[in-house]
Design a protein around this ligand. Structure first.
Ligand SMILES: Cc1cc2nc3c(=O)[nH]c(=O)nc-3n(C[C@H](O)[C@H](O)[C@H](O)COP(=O)(O)OP(=O)(O)OC[C@H]3O[C@@H](n4cnc5c(N)ncnc54)[C@H](O)[C@@H]3O)c2cc1C
Length: 400
């Protein structure tokens, strides 16, 4: 028996629509972008989104049915790794807080990957305490004039658009004087400078904003309500980072297990024991992600997503460390220190040294492990919260 609301397609309905899409746009004979646009227009991009915005209002859990059918037919995909910030963070925020015009303008090229997004949140001095940010946005007619500095901005060098939070009222307490915008990265006054990482590459950047004019039509949510809007982004970010759907041994544990199977001469009882423990932990984490996705299918992501992101970071660091140990001298060799400007984080196309070094950032990006533990203790376990003495003071009066 189906529990679909009237008018929304069930599993069979979606299979039927996939067949119709494939019949009208043979993947073997259709340009990649043309196929992706047609898929979006058919409501098969993210089936739980509303009609006209890439979806059909169907159950979110049915997306897997569509993805599997299209993959089996050899249809192109939109490379979610390259557009992870757009898909994981910008899209749910635009959907929840955007105007009809904003949704119509941004969501289609975001999903097809024609337009890459980045996230202008962190600042020097405003990372974990993000609400203390100092980038200013001052109203000037129909525009806002934005000046400040952002940091650690992944993919800013490829991005057309950014989600941006800025201070619009310094007289209010820090959480209340913030507004959320969409910033055009090609506008005058936006300067992107590479930051080289421990891996040698520069996947993220410093971004300097000097008198950047953002039209009020590119504000997301009400003036002063930016902290609430940002919570939607951050909750989704944690699930996007830690909650991907992967098959058993599909993550980093699979790479290490494969080395283990192929090279028996590298094994010791101690490494065997540690690999087994991490294998079990990975499986627990993978199945927990499935539960969090089901929770997400039923509504908004909860604070449990923070626990998942925490586990993902810990496991990635432990597994990549074990891999380096397992490979001995080979593991210490690092392939290439040339500074590159990658479009994606490539955990599986690179060597063990890269995985080991890149995994260090997992416990910082998207909220540090310490902060996520605070969130889990306060919002999942109900423990007392940290004292917040600056909660009611005007931002301009806070010590900096
Ligand atoms: C690879 C990578 C990619 C990133 N990409 C982006 C991006 O695209 N866009 C973006 O906006 N940001 C991005 N970031 C920034 C990231 O979100 C911040 O680095 C992070 O939130 C931590 O802030 P911070 O660096 O200012 O450290 P701080 O907040 O200064 O923290 C320093 C240390 O103190 C601890 N600490 C701070 N406050 C507390 C507390 N109350 N209780 C316990 N411990 C505490 C922290 O956990 C940490 O260990 C990225 C970071 C990395 C590493």
């Amino acid at each position: 028996m189906t529990t679909e609301p009237a008018g929304t397609p069930d599993e069979e309905g979606l299979r039927h629509r996939v067949r119709a899409l494939l019949a009208a746009h043979d993947p073997a004979a259709t340009d990649r972008l043309a196929f992706l646009r047609a898929r979006f227009d058919a409501g098969l991009a993210w089936v739980h989104y509303p009609q006209g915005l890439g979806g059909l209002g169907a159950r979110r859990s049915l997306q897997g049915v569509v993805d599997a059918e299209l993959a089996a037919a050899g249809a192109p995909e939109n490379d979610p790794r390259r557009i992870g910030i757009g898909l994981g963070m910008a899209a749910p925020t635009v959907l929840t807080f955007g105007t009809d015009e904003q949704k119509a303008r941004f969501l289609r090229p975001l999903w097809t990957g024609e337009e890459v997004w980045c996230q202008l949140f962190s600042e020097p001095g405003a990372g974990s305490d993000l609400a203390s940010l100092g980038t200013r946005a001052v109203r000037d007619g129909d525009d806002w004039v934005v000046t400040g500095q952002k940091v650690w901005t992944s993919n800013a060098h490829n991005a057309r658009w950014a989600i941006l939070i800025a201070r619009t009222d310094p007289d209010l307490p820090k959480h209340r004087g913030i507004t959320y915008f969409v910033c055009d990265m090609t506008d005058p006054g936006v300067e992107v400078r590479p930051l080289r990482q421990i891996t040698g590459e520069a996947e993220f950047n410093e971004v300097f904003l000097t008198g950047v004019r953002i039209p009020d039509a590119h504000r997301l949510g009400a003036v002063g309500d930016g902290w609430r809007v940002a919570q939607t982004t951050l909750m989704n970010e944690r699930v996007a980072i830690g909650g991907a759907s992967i098959p058993r041994e599909g993550g980093m544990i699979g790479t290490v297990a494969a080395t283990w199977r192929e090279r028996p001469e590298l094994r010791t009882p101690d490494l065997h024991d540690r690999l087994l423990r991490l294998w079990v932990d990975s499986e627990v984490s993978r199945l927990t992600a499935e539960r969090v996705r089901q929770q997400l299918a039923a509504g908004a992501p909860g604070p449990e997503g923070s626990g998942l992101k925490l586990a993902f970071a810990r496991l990635n660091q432990q597994i990549s460390g074990l891999e380096v140990e397992l490979l001995g001298e080979d593991g210490l060799r690092y392939g290439d220190w040339t500074m590159t400007r990658p479009e994606t984080v490539d955990f599986f196309g690179r060597d063990a040294g890269y995985r080991y070094l890149r995994a260090k950032g997992n416990s910082i990006e998207g909220g540090t492990s310490e902060i996520l533990r605070n969130i889990v203790s306060e919002r999942v376990l109900g423990l007392p919260s940290e004292p917040r003495t600056d909660k009611d003071a005007a931002w301009k009066d806070l010590p900096r």
